[in-house]
Design a protein around this ligand. Structure first.
Ligand code: HEM
Length: 448
């Protein structure tokens, strides 16, 4: 039962520092975000206050605390990312909308990620992954993280937008500028992060308009999420303005997250040859790895039956969740761990800190896909101790899409090549997503 506002407003605020007037602790956060979060978790524990990017903020860690936030959307909390993020990303999509508008946009977008739609994306995903892996084998040595970023860029532009931007370095650079400046001081002057982010946004929107025109003229050759949403739009609920903004959001939401997960997948497989062997065994058992059949065309149903592989992907996302957490605006004062979360403040729920501190998983730091044999993946109990995709009314719309890419990547890697990490224990950074600071140098060869 939730406490009333009267009672909760008498509770103490969480520990923490509000930093300097106006800028708060933003400078520490922007310059060293990973250290920022780690230091405060050590110092203050599961709930603490700070002042970030213009907002008094409370950060919340731990399953029960996170659950309180994720299950009271539009009642205790609503969307609120920093103002720079809202300006750069635009407010006509799903991420920065609330209430009925948010709900109806979600329902429309979800159609592009249901089973029937996903199955049409598999051939393009597989071909793209396959071609990248061939190039990695030809190169011999690669840097895993930048390669995964380009791979994710290629797949998301093709399969989400229906436009192949793989060779368009200007689009890839604009997306990087867009992503790198989402968390900036809210000052729009030439040279500022916000200014660069807005410029990148405008450029990307012109490219999205080109994709929309190509779809309308019927010159697109493979199925895509945007194509599907456009084909529904005359009768559907999305206006042209919403569609453009949503296309941009999907690119943002799907690119770095998937790149991070793909890179961490290669890292964990590179560390554990026994896991690679088990994936190969499962592929043999399912007739997806015969001698004459290395590059069998995959389909969604065959991929969905690969239980061990699914556990591997789940485990990668548990140990290295790409996204650190989410932002919300507090609508009504409430309590967490006996402390006050005041109305009007920002509250951020933490995914990584929750994964790293939960006692729900035994030997939680160990990479062990078999742990999932004994765990009901979608039980309530696991839901808030394991939340790489968030949960509730704002949970990830692209999670099946992302997991599909990761599974195809693992299958194609195991069937087509072997690889060796040149540094098996790289240091990790966690913002904007989880990635190895040395970019994960890897040596590839063609023999599986
Ligand atoms: C939301 C994670 C891939 C589309 C989210 C949230 C998380 C997340 C944690 C919730 C944020 C919050 O609570 O504020 C991930 C991870 C991915 C991934 C870890 C890859 C491994 C994708 C992909 C797409 C996508 C590929 C699109 C195809 C979205 C959208 C939302 C979202 C549209 C916003 C939903 C809303 O506000 O209602 N994602 N995501 N994500 N994700 Fe993903």
């Amino acid at each position: 039962v939730l406490s009333t506002t009267d009672q909760t407003s008498k509770l103490p605020l969480p520990p923490g520092s509000m930093g300097w007037p106006i800028i708060g602790e933003s400078l520490n956060f922007i310059s060293k975000p990973t250290a920022f979060y780690n230091d405060r978790r050590t110092k203050y524990g599961r709930v603490y206050k700070t002042h970030l990017l213009g907002q008094p903020t409370i950060r919340v860690i731990g399953a029960e605390n996170v659950q309180k936030i994720l299950t009271h959307e539009d009642e205790l909390v609503t969307h609120r990312w920093p103002s720079s993020t809202r300006t750069i990303m635009g407010e006509n999509g799903v991420i920065h909308s609330g209430g009925a508008e948010h709900n109806s946009r979600r329902i429309a977008i979800a159609k592009a990620f249901q089973h029937s739609a996903l199955s049409t994306y598999v051939p393009e995903m597989q071909e793209t992954v396959h071609n990248f892996i061939r190039t990695w084998c030809d190169k011999g040595r690669i840097l895993g993280y930048p390669e995964c970023r380009t791979l994710a860029f290629s797949i998301t532009s093709k399969v989400l937008l229906g436009c192949d931007f793989t060779q368009s370095k200007d689009v890839e650079e604009a997306l990087a500028n867009f992503e790198d400046n989402l968390f900036s001081f809210p000052v729009n002057i030439p040279g500022s992060g916000l200014h660069k982010g807005i410029k990148a946004r405008n450029f990307l929107l012109t490219k999205i308009d080109e994709c929309i025109s190509r779809h309308k003229s019927g010159s697109q050759s493979y199925p895509s999420a945007l194509g599907l949403l456009l084909s529904q739009s005359p009768q559907g609920s999305l206006s042209q303005t919403e569609l453009r903004n949503i296309a941009l959001e999907l690119l943002f939401a799907g690119h770095q997250t998937t790149a991070s997960a793909a890179c961490c997948l290669m890292m964990h497989l590179g560390k554990k040859t026994e896991v690679v062997d088990r994936i190969a065994e499962e592929l043999y058992d399912r007739h997806l790895f015969q001698e004459a059949n290395f590059n069998t065309q995959l389909n969604l149903d065959a991929i969905s039956e690969l239980r061990y592989l699914s556990q591997v992907v789940r485990e990668v996302l548990r140990i290295n969740p790409p996204v650190g957490g989410g932002f919300r605006k507090v609508l009504k004062t409430f309590d967490v761990d006996g402390m006050q979360v005041p109305k009007g403040w920002t509250v951020t729920y933490s995914i990584r800190d929750t994964h790293e501190t939960t006692n729900f998983f035994q030997q939680r730091d160990k990479f062990d896909p078999d742990r999932w044999n004994a765990i009901q993946g979608d039980s309530q109990e696991v839901k808030y101790n394991y939340l790489p995709f968030g949960a509730g009314a704002r949970g990830c719309l692209g999670k099946e899409f992302a997991k599909l890419i990761l599974k195809i990547l693992a299958i194609e890697l195991v069937r087509n090549c072997s690889w060796r990490l040149l540094n098996a224990s790289p240091e990790m950074k966690y913002l904007p997503v989880a990635y190895p600071t040395d970019n994960l140098p890897i040596e590839f060869s063609s023999a599986p």
